[in-house]
Design a protein around this ligand. Structure first.
Ligand code: SDX
Length: 393
């Protein structure tokens, strides 16, 4: 603290804004979107309805929801030139890098989106376009990775089912959406939809605060989410569980590694900046994992390992003292895996869910005319010194 400026690494004790969108209570494990509990929304709502709620602040009437859904269906197709961008990626490209690139390419196809002073009606059109095209981009990133032909959207299907069909349909055979999978995806997308000022949302707000376009801001958010400490954790959890399985299910060994100060290994899917109690989303996803795997007849040994890890950690004094509980990423990958979604696509699933939250937060920041994000620093470098010619160094 230099008297003038307080340094707060990671903004652990800094509030960056005021927001009316999402409420978290970390001590009691409460999460609400626009005042509605996620328990009720996950049970009774649909992902598009929750998207409308987050972005426009109210649950839509029947007419408003139908209009919103029709608008989104109308815009699902993407410009054929985007396939040229996709084809430029080698098949080993991580889908998150493909996704953030395709999203940013929208600035080229809709240059009017670069105008910071366009009408709210035009902003609404940009919002519809990215909500409707992101599932297509996500599915195309997956097809590019496995060397399969891409699928075009099917406007007869709802949001989740259309995504699943674009992901898994093959020209050689008829594809039928499994209602169990579609329902589970609806729940997972709702649970990921917003989470106040997390790392990627703060990124979207800071990028948008310079009056960069919605598409550029969302593309930045996707890249922030990619990190294994944030949205990338759902992929890291599965890789950790597979490591434990390979080590003969020796969970105690990995708990010890997580506690060892000299070992960089962390128990992925555990801990949270805000929740110092159970992440309410983890509770719902854990139950959904049992239900979905049961209904799909999938018996995944990694789920057993995950539950064992949770049991040991919750009784271990290191985790109890540091208030480390399972977070949203701990069980979600188990369900994605049972749906046939590959590990490298897990964080793309997180991005699909978080999209309406990023949009809502960006819109609120712009409507509130928030100042450009530009923090200060305490300088710890060299004092003034004179240049030394090369032949004297
Ligand atoms: C998400 O912010 C959000 O809302 C994010 C999110 C959202 O919806 O947007 O909820 C989504 O990102 C969930 C978190 C996914 N990440 C992981 O599961 C990765 C593992 N978790 C940790 O890296 C960590 O818990 C974070 C990143 C989630 C939180 O980090 P903090 O708040 O900066 O806490 P910290 O790193 O300072 O840890 C506090 C202490 C440390 O020990 P000390 O230095 O005090 O001795 O707890 C320890 C850490 O070493 N610790 C862990 C641990 N998490 C924290 N030790 C072992 N395993 C862990 N998972």
């Amino acid at each position: 603290n230099s008297g003038l400026i307080t340094i707060d690494p990671g903004f652990k004790n800094t509030g960056s804004t005021k927001s009316a969108i999402t409420f978290l209570n970390g001590e009691e494990g409460i999460l609400r979107y626009r005042g509605y509990s996620i328990e009720e929304l996950a049970e009774k709502s649909s992902f598009l309805e929750v998207s409308y709620l987050l972005i426009y602040g109210e649950l839509p009437t029947k007419a408003q929801l139908e209009h919103f859904q029709n608008e989104i269906t109308t815009h699902t197709l993407v410009h054929e030139d985007i396939k040229k961008i996709l084809d430029g990626f080698p098949s080993n490209a991580h889908p998150m890098g493909v996704l953030s690139s395709l999203v940013c390419s929208l600035t080229a196809f809709y240059p009017e989106s670069l105008d910071p002073n366009r009408s709210s009606k035009e902003v609404d059109l940009s919002i519809i376009r990215i909500l409707s095209k992101m599932p297509t981009f996500a599915a195309w990133a997956f097809k590019n990775q496995i060397g399969h032909p891409v699928n075009y959207p099917d406007n007869e299907l709802d949001y989740q089912s259309n995504f699943l069909k674009m992901m898994f349909a093959l020209p050689a055979e008829k594809y039928k959406v499994n209602p169990v999978v579609a329902k589970a995806l609806n729940t997972l997308l709702i649970l990921h939809a917003d989470h106040e000022q997390n790392c990627s949302t703060s990124t979207v707000r800071v990028v948008g605060s310079s009056q960069a376009s919605l598409y550029a801001s969302i593309s930045a958010g996707i890249n922030a989410l990619w990190g294994p400490l944030h949205g990338g954790a759902n992929q890291a959890v599965l890789e950790m569980l597979e490591q434990i399985e390979k080590a003969g299910g020796d969970t105690a060994k990995f708990i010890a590694k997580a506690k060892d100060k000299n070992d960089p290994f962390r128990l992925m899917g555990f801990g949270h900046r805000v929740y110092k109690n159970f992440d309410p989303r983890a509770k719902i996803i854990k139950k959904a994992a049992d239900d979905v795997l049961g209904q799909l007849g999938v018996d995944d040994p990694l789920l057993t390992i995950a539950k064992e890890l949770e049991q040991i950690a919750l009784k271990d004094e290191y985790f109890v003292e540091k208030k480390l509980y399972p977070n949203v990423d701990f069980y979600s990958g188990i369900i994605y895996r049972a749906m046939g979604i590959p590990t490298e696509m897990f964080t793309v699933m997180f991005a699909l869910g978080r999209l309406p939250g990023w949009i809502a937060q960006w819109k609120e920041m712009r409507e509130n005319n928030e100042p450009i994000g530009r923090p200060r620093q305490v300088y710890t470098g060299e004092n003034l010194r004179s240049y030394v010619d090369l032949n004297k160094r």
